[in-house]
Design a protein around this ligand. Structure first.
Ligand code: QAP
Ligand code: CO
Length: 200
């Protein structure tokens, strides 16, 4: 018998005799204009093994697609879960897993100032545009064990958290563009999708 990835069991965690618990699954990313991105995500109640598996698979998926942030709804799980792993400040800009933030059921408690940053999104591939956000925010949230946490963020972290919380509300960064820039985006994005289809 030939062992291919196809023959691997879909649920590979609990009571798996082959001990495949270290194999993560790449999850398909839902991309615009898929309507599933518009759903409002639901609160997480159970901080169980399924949640931990999802978080681990989201991390694998994000890293392998060169992402720095990902919301569960982007992998077709409309629950209030997001992860962020910013690159290090040094020249290499490597992503250290020790800096991974797993944020569940976040609530913005306060916000201040405004800032503009050229954002992108794994669900809107190959498109980047300036977006205005709060400069600093405070949030409360829960970690993967359900423990209550809070943090203050500014800079890129603040922007990333706001971008991902928008996903939980069914919002994409392109919805924050001016009418003119949004039109330009729709035209460019459609053209790109046509080209991708022609290649297939
Ligand atoms: C959200 O975005 C974000 O188009 C995370 O081809 C945005 O990880 C956080 C990506 C701005 C902070 C500032 C996008 C990868 C990744 C693409 C991402 C692409 C490949 C986007
Ligand atoms: Co995004």
């Amino acid at each position: 018998m030939v062992l291919s990835t196809k023959s691997l069991p879909k649920k590979r965690r609990a009571s798996n005799p082959l001990s495949l618990k270290d194999i993560f699954m790449m999850l398909p990313i839902v991309t615009y204009p898929d309507k599933r991105l518009k759903a409002v995500s639901k609160e997480v109640i159970d901080f169980d093994a399924d949640l931990h598996t999802l978080l681990d698979d989201m991390y694998e998926t994000m890293i392998n697609t060169n992402g720095i942030g990902l919301a569960a709804i982007q992998v077709n799980k409309p629950i209030n879960v997001l992860i962020i792993n910013l690159p290090d400040d040094d020249e290499e800009g490597t992503q250290d897993r020790a800096n991974l933030l797993e944020i569940i059921n976040p609530i913005i408690t306060h916000s201040e100032g405004t800032t503009v940053y050229q954002e992108g999104c794994l669900s809107v591939p190959k498109f980047y545009e300036d977006v205005e956000r709060f400069e600093t925010i405070g949030i409360t949230y829960q970690d993967r064990y359900g423990k209550a946490c809070s943090l203050e963020a500014d800079g890129l972290l603040s922007i990333a958290i706001q971008h991902e919380i928008d996903h939980l509300l069914g919002k994409l960064f392109i919805e924050k563009l001016s009418y003119g820039r949004r039109k330009k985006f729709e035209k460019e994005y459609k053209r790109m999708q046509k080209e991708l289809k022609a290649k297939k």
